[in-house]
Design a protein around this ligand. Structure first.
Ligand SMILES: [Zn+2]
Length: 144
């Protein structure tokens, strides 16, 4: 949620890696299709190692920064977890975040991602896999 550190260049995939970019855009696109109330976008050129749920002009938004989207240690599973966690900040309901009280708490966003979000997008089996493997990956590289 909070903007974090910058991913070192050696851990970043090239901006020219179009195959990787297409894969990530496809994952984010699946969330956008499943949760149309939220606007998703990817800031490919930003080295910031994070993603963020926020509200702008009354619109729920989720932004994935390049430092995560291009991170070499993050697979599709990790990106899926990150997207589900951020969507969970908007859709998880109470308990709410102590400072950003229009969002669900960190714990609730995690819980919603694992029990609802990932399974809604990827089905039960793959959703469960992403909830364990993806979460583990994401926790190693980012403070969501
Ligand atoms: Zn969070």
């Amino acid at each position: 949620m909070i903007l974090g550190s910058v991913t070192p260049k050696r851990h970043l995939r090239s901006l020219q890696d179009l195959r990787h970019r297409t894969r990530i855009e496809r994952i984010v696109g699946r969330f956008a299709a499943r949760f149309p109330a939220i606007w998703f976008d990817i800031l490919w050129t930003s080295p910031t190692c994070n993603a963020q749920a926020f509200v702008l002009d009354g619109r729920q938004r989720v932004r994935l920064y390049g430092g995560l989207a291009r991170h070499r240690r993050l697979s599709i599973a990790g990106i899926a977890w990150v997207m589900a966690h951020e969507a969970g900040h908007h859709l998880g309901g109470p308990p709410l975040h102590p400072h950003y009280f229009w969002l669900s708490s960190e714990e609730r966003a995690d819980e919603w991602a694992a029990t609802r979000g990932l399974q809604a997008v990827f089905g039960r089996s793959l959703g469960r896999r992403y909830a364990t493997v993806g979460r583990r990956e994401a926790m190693k590289v980012a403070d969501l």
